[in-house]
Write a protein that binds this ligand. Structure first.
Ligand code: NAD
Length: 474
């Protein structure tokens, strides 16, 4: 499939090819699929100026109209699922079926965000005074997205930021700009010029945004290492930040699970989107009593899973999205080999073009191994034995990350007790990765600052303004 069509940035309501471009590659074959605009510093300045100019009237637009705009944007995405899904698979690598889920999720996310409301708090209504706290938008938001779920994670920001009355400059990852640029084109006429701007570019563009004096807030999703740079750079003008960062989620599998029934779900908890999910299960702790049968059921299921080009029928797992991440995953595999850990499945290097890594499961590596301690963000899962709950909870929490986690078991009270002791922003019981535009999602510890989703996430795009009125006339 040919994707060499025009990809243009959206700046001040105009679609612009940009004066420079760079190549975007398909991770399944490393071939160039399109050229994307590489925004210059001047392009960024114009996008910020357009967003600033659009801010006063967008902030003054009744919230009902802003909600209607979000719904229309969601519908515009849903009307182009087929086109966006193909583009997403070509640039990201994920199978069509997953790309379709992401595109639809992006549309529904905007529509779901439209159901939220900004609270008004009455602090005092006495004979002397009336005091209320309302929520006002911050101004211009810079939204920086990663490559694992380019479209839906961008909508996590676009929906609430616009709903709260801010204007926005959105930057996709250099590896996955195409579906996001197409989204800008699709919604161009739904919003007043400058309310939403989309700029693409290479790695220099992110730091230009975080250091830019024209932004009031940066909403960032990406790695913990980059998140620290974002926070540091944003400090120069005390920009507000929301940081959605990495994780090393533990799944804790209790001894009372139905092994056969749960094996498939556990597999996908770790390997969906090729393990490239911030809340993928990255360490799986299995109780000693069921370790062998669960291990065997997981490996048996994994052997039947089809890894390949996401655009081919039947593919269940695609390639890693990009070269740097591919080499990082291979390095972790090599480390596990060098240390002599047992590979239950996978581990071998594929010689075909494309960033393919076979599904790899490692048998009970030591707790201090790199594959247990680091975020692999790829299809390599350490399966680890545990004996008792205090011990496994301590091990699950012995990390600087605190994004997600899951507990699997039939005794729901016990599972709940374990879940409540996990130090992370979300813990799922008997499922994983279910997120909602109306529920707060974020990381504890070094997995993030702030949350997205829910009223809590919406409030992060606002400032509290308290108006106090003395009732006696002046
Ligand atoms: P990354 O940090 O390399 O890049 C993320 C974005 O930041 C990209 O758009 C990139 O161009 C930009 N960027 C790079 N350097 C920058 C800088 N110095 N200043 C500002 N922006 C900069 O992350 P990635 O590799 O794209 O994504 C993978 C990581 O993201 C994983 O660690 C994953 O766990 C995390 N992630 C977190 C969530 C979450 O919600 N918590 C969701 C998805 C991914």
């Amino acid at each position: 499939m040919n994707f060499t069509g025009d990809y243009r940035m959206l700046i001040g309501g105009q679609l612009e090819p940009g004066s420079r471009s760079y190549e975007v590659r398909n991770p399944a074959n490393e071939q160039v699929i399109a050229n994307a605009p590489a925004a210059t510093p001047e392009d960024l300045n114009r996008a910020v100026a357009a967003a600033r100019a659009a801010f006063p009237s967008w902030a003054a637009t009744p919230i009902a109209e802003r909600k209607a705009a979000l719904i229309a944007m969601g519908q515009a995405i849903l009307a182009k699922v087929e086109e966006l899904k193909r583009l997403l698979t070509a640039e990201q690598g994920k199978p069509y079926v997953e790309a379709e889920t992401e595109v639809m999720g992006a549309g529904y996310w905007l529509m779901g965000a439209a159901s939220l409301d900004l609270p008004l708090t009455i602090n005092e209504d006495s004979a002397e005074r009336y005091s209320e706290t309302r929520r006002v938008p911050l101004g211009v938001v810079g939204a920086i997205a990663p490559w694992n779920f380019p479209l839906v994670l961008a909508m996590f920001k676009v929906g609430p930021a616009l709903l709260a009355g801010n204007t926005l400059v959105l930057k996709p990852s250099p590896f996955t700009p195409l579906a996001t640029l197409k989204f800008g084109e699709l919604v161009k006429d739904i919003l007043p010029p400058g309310v939403l701007n989309v700029v693409s570019g290479d790695n220099a563009l992110g730091p230009l945004m975080t250091g830019h004096t024209g932004f009031d807030k940066i909403s960032f999703t990406g790695s913990t290492a980059t998140g620290k740079l974002v926070m540091e750079s944003a400090a120069s003008t005390l920009k507000r930040v929301t940081l959605e960062l990495g994780g090393n989620d533990a799944a804790i599998v209790m001894p009372d699970v139905d092994v056969e029934a749960v094996a498939e779900q556990l597999f996908w908890a770790a390997f969906r989107n090729n393990g490239q999910i911030c809340v993928a299960t990255k360490r799986m702790y299995v109780h000693n009593d069921i370790y062998e049968p669960l291990r065997d059921a997981l490996v048996a299921y994994a052997k039947g899973v089809v890894v390949g080009d996401g655009s081919e029928q039947g593919t269940q797992i695609g390639p890693i999205n990009n070269g740097p991440q591919y080499h990082r995953v291979l390095e972790l595999i090599q480390d596990a080999k060098d240390k002599g850990y047992t590979f239950l499945l996978g581990g071998e290097k594929t010689e075909t073009p494309g960033y393919f890594v076979p599904v790899t499961i490692i048998d009970n590596p030591p707790e201090d191994s790199r594959i247990v301690q680091e975020e692999q963000f790829g299809p390599v899962l350490p399966l680890i034995r545990f004996n008792n709950f205090d011990e496994v909870i301590a091990r699950a929490n012995a990390t600087d990350y605190g994004l997600g986690g899951s507990v699997w078991g039939n005794n729901v009270d016990k599972a709940l007790e374990v879940a409540q002791r996990i130090a992370s922003g979300t813990v799922w019981i008997n499922e994983t990765q279910h997120l909602s535009p109306t529920a707060a999602f974020g990381g504890m510890k070094q997995s993030g600052v702030g949350v997205e989703g829910g009223v809590e996430g919406l409030l992060e795009y606002t400032a509290a303004q308290t108006i106090v009125r003395r009732k006696q006339q002046a």
